[in-house]
Design a protein around this ligand. Structure first.
Ligand code: GAL
Length: 414
């Protein structure tokens, strides 16, 4: 009898399965502990709606490796259904006519009214919705081990000079002051904060407007000198280290701080740490009130088959639901991609992130992150990566030489 029931149950499940919308195959680079935990929120949400998940993870923070894998799939004529993507890369694929159209679901759910303008710039192409924004991250954060902070005087640094003083203290206290992974995108992430610490206008002129005089000028030379100074606080084994392993150094108290986007918070939370008690989040000293943002979006590729398109629409709709926006971003370390989600479930860093974003947005202090594809197209971003990484690794005699190289590289990349 029980065997009969089990067999019947399996048959019924299979029938239900056959009637479901098709699976979505999702290409992404969320492979660290915190990222995977956040991704699970999405997988489970879709599964509860009958949408199956075919995973295509491509490890590598910042998504460069994922974008290479994507190109190979598209070239082979077999794009995944949904792809995690950043800023200008989305527009690039849209321009090539590779993306589907989400207008119907966007209109039915009123995305125009709730998704901030700064994100719509990358979610829409030629007036049509082509991607569903999942979150807003920002890069100008510093994550400090609380015990290490207390041992270094307890007051979080608010300016460049205070930052350097604190790094010196941490060094004297016998820990690695700065946890860092030597990969171009991580060097560039630190540089977002460094450049922004020299002023909003400077960041905008250099990285958004790509003004040659600013890129090669005295302030940029000084920014590179700051970056080279930060290099002196990193341990000997930093080359090639993954960002989440650098986070682990801070979590374990082996290092004092990490300069990284708020996906780092996902690692602290995954390790059971609490903001305020175990770690402290501050804006990169000198950038309080300003935000360099990047937004993960799922771009939907052109696929054939009504059931596949239906699954894409359902995925897009799930992602934009206010409930999902809260549940996912609480775990991911980011903040919601819509303006009407309450901050109730967010921790203090998340609440600060939401408040900072809203204020920066109204005061003109919100800028796309160069390191994460929201300031300039990939060709320029890669040129910046090259110079920044070379500078971090001592490849120029001083900041002035690096700034001159940057102006030249950006000009050549356009
Ligand atoms: C960023 C992405 C984040 C996070 C990070 C490290 O580009 O926006 O969601 O995953 O890379 O992998």
């Amino acid at each position: 009898m029980s065997k009969f029931l089990t067999t019947t149950a399996i048959a019924l499940t299979m029938m239900a399965g056959a009637a479901k919308a098709t699976d979505v195959e999702v290409l992404h680079w969320w492979t660290s502990g915190g990222e995977a935990a956040a991704l699970n929120v999405l997988k489970e949400d879709l599964q509860s709606k009958g949408i199956g998940w075919v995973d295509m993870p491509v490890a590598g923070g910042g998504g460069e490796a994922a974008m290479t894998a994507l190109r190979a799939r598209v070239t082979a004529g077999d794009p995944p259904t949904a792809v995690q993507m950043l800023g200008f890369d989305i527009l690039d694929w849209a321009e090539q006519g590779a993306l589907g159209n989400l207008d119907e679901v966007a209109a039915a759910e009123g995305w125009d009214k709730v998704v901030p303008e700064a994100l719509q710039k990358f979610s829409k192409y030629d007036g049509h919705w082509i991607a569903a924004p999942v979150n807003v991250h920002s890069t100008n954060w510093v994550w400090i081990n609380k015990a290490a902070l207390d041992a270094a005087g307890g007051k979080a640094p608010e300016s460049w000079d205070e930052l350097v003083a604190m790094l010196d203290k941490m060094k004297a206290n016998g820990i690695t002051p700065l946890a860092h992974g030597g990969q171009p995108w991580q060097d560039a992430t630190v540089f977002d904060g460094v450049v922004l610490s020299k002023g909003n206008d400077f960041y905008k002129n250099a990285f958004i407007d790509l003004d040659p005089d600013t890129l090669g000028g005295a302030d940029m030379a000084d920014a590179f000198d700051r970056l080279m100074k930060l290099r002196t606080y990193v341990d000997d084994n930093f080359s090639g280290r993954d960002w989440n392993l650098a986070s682990a150094m801070v979590i374990e108290g082996k290092a004092g701080m990490q300069m990284m986007g708020d996906w780092a918070k996902g690692e602290f939370l995954k390790a059971g740490q609490k903001p305020g008690a175990d770690f402290v989040c501050i804006r990169f000293p000198g950038t309080q009130g300003s935000v360099t943002f990047n937004s993960d979006q799922f771009a939907m590729f052109n696929v054939s088959g009504d059931d596949k398109v239906k699954a894409q629409m359902e995925m897009a709709s799930s992602i934009e639901s206010p409930k999902f926006q809260s549940a996912f971003n609480v775990v991911k370390g980011s903040v919601p991609a819509r303006t009407d989600v309450p901050d109730t479930d967010f921790d203090d860093c998340g609440k600060k992130g939401m408040k900072d974003l809203a204020e920066a947005n109204t005061s003109g202090s919100l800028f796309g992150s160069m390191a994460h594809g929201h300031a300039a197209p990939a060709s320029v971003k890669n040129a910046v990566y090259d110079v920044v990484t070379k500078a971090f690794n001592g490849g120029y005699k001083d900041g002035a030489e690096a700034a001159a190289a940057l102006a030249e590289a950006v000009a050549a990349a356009q």
